[in-house]
Design a protein around this ligand. Structure first.
Ligand code: PLP
Length: 436
């Protein structure tokens, strides 16, 4: 049967017919560039309030505000490399394909039969971090939820009281645990947990999994003792390490100069798996530098149980994310860290940033301090450079096209160039010129 034919007509449906004044007002502000129904909304709001003589001006202002409030690209001049409010890492690359064509998302090109969307990007991601197998879901919270549901539903999961964390945005381990249907078995204390605590709990009860959670966004110092994920491997139950941040390999082969010193101590996916941990979970958009995603990697039989779980269908990513991750994995495998914006920005020598700053405005050039952000590497500072403008000018900078997001420090506006693409230096220069 043919699909019903869509009918098109230039005239709005009867329900949308309106007084000519609103309609002509909407037409008069068409240069704002929004679809007509949204201009009509703005015109209507403008007519409903205030002086009719100024209706067009008000309508233009209302529509302009709506246009500016749409999701858009911004210049991140905060020096926070992974800024949660700006989508964490800036990676949008997609496989080079014709966007008017379909994709092979779930098609096996050899057999012509249905394939799995978990076959391509996940396979490359597994290769990249030395895992037997991997799968992709929408974010790391989903990865943890799925792994717990698939491997420990109705059973105990033993975890240190020092790792019952909340990661930004309300991701709380005890809550995720209860949603998964697994039973939280807390051991140790907030500051000290020993291997023996885990052993006792596993001897006592129906424990399916030992969970280690990376303290991504806080540190415990002082009288402390904790058990590393790799020390949990001899206890007779699989070990899941929620690494969160997603550093692929502590050797950072994709960086010409090797790992930067500020990465010291950050657990990496490859080394964690090599140390015998059965499964790891991590984000796509933190230190991996990719799109929002969650990756489950490790033992093939455990990953297969996650893939087969009904929740996997609800948490699966779309082709855009999988394509984007495929490109990212190929870039890592090609050891081309310069092509990954997060790593390029994170490792730009500070002298280069100083040169760029003084080319923009020698008088305003100053050293600054950048941070990894995104709830990773708390306390880590990365030397940086940029421009410091007297006074609080951040609201004005946000009104630009594109908006520039800066920060205020000690009563001055700081534009940190570490997180600004060099291509946007001209944008920054023009914005600063327009302030003075
Ligand atoms: C960030 C983080 C998460 C949550 O990751 P999302 O991708 O934001 O869902 C979970 N666990 C740890 C340890 C993290 O650092």
């Amino acid at each position: 049967m043919a699909p019903p034919e869509e009918t098109h007509s230039d005239a709005p449906p009867a329900s949308e017919q309106r007084p000519p004044s609103v309609d002509s007002l909407a037409r008069a502000i068409s240069d704002v560039g929004l679809p007509h129904p949204l201009l009509v909304d703005a015109a209507r709001a403008a007519v409903a309030t205030g002086d009719p003589a100024e209706a067009e001006q008000r309508a233009r202002a209302i529509a302009g505000e709506q246009a500016r409030s749409l999701l858009t690209s911004v210049v991140n001049a905060t020096g926070v490399l992974l800024h949660t409010n700006m989508g964490r890492s800036p990676w949008t690359n997609l496989p080079d394909r014709d966007s008017s064509r379909y994709s092979s998302l779930e098609l096996n090109l050899d057999s012509g039969e249905r394939g799995s969307r978990q076959d391509r990007a996940p396979r490359l991601l597994a290769r990249m971090c030395g895992a037997e197998s991997a799968m992709v879901v929408n974010n790391c919270a989903a990865a943890v939820l799925l792994a717990l549901a698939a491997l420990a539903n109705g059973k105990g999961v033993v975890v240190s009281r020092g790792e019952l964390v909340e990661i930004g945005g309300g991701f709380r381990i005890p809550e995720v645990m209860s949603q998964s249907g697994a039973n939280l078995v807390e051991v140790g204390t907030t500051n000290r947990t020993r291997l023996g605590d885990f052993e006792e709990a596993i001897d006592d009860g129906d424990v399916a999994l030992a969970l280690s959670v990376h303290r991504s966004n806080y540190r415990i110092t002082g009288f402390t003792e904790s058990v590393a994920a790799c020390d949990l491997t001899g206890l007779g139950v699989p070990v899941l390490a929620d690494l969160g941040s997603g550093l692929v390999d502590s050797a950072c082969q994709w960086l010409e100069d090797g790992p930067p010193s500020w990465l010291e101590g950050e657990p990496a996916v490859r080394q964690t798996l090599e140390a015998g941990v059965d499964l790891v979970t991590f984000s796509g958009d933190k230190l991996l530098g990719g799109p929002q995603a969650g990756i489950i990697a490790g033992r093939a039989d455990l990953v297969a149980r996650c893939v087969a779980h009904p929740l996997a269908r609800a948490l699966r990513p779309g082709g855009l994310v999988l394509g984007s991750l495929q490109e990212l994995a190929l870039t890592y495998l090609g050891r081309d860290g310069r092509s990954i914006p997060f790593w390029r920005m994170a490792t730009t020598p500070v002298d280069e940033l100083r040169r760029r700053a003084s080319a923009i405005s020698p008088d305003l050039t100053a050293d600054t301090t950048a941070v990894p952000g995104g709830g990773t590497l708390p306390g880590v500072e990365i030397p940086s450079a940029g421009l410091v403008i007297p006074g609080d000018r951040v609201a004005e900078l946000r009104t630009g096209a594109p908006p520039i997001i800066a920060r205020v420090h000690d009563g001055s506006t700081v534009i940190d160039l570490r997180t600004v693409h060099p291509r946007d230096d001209d944008v920054v220069r023009a914005a600063i010129d327009s302030l003075t």
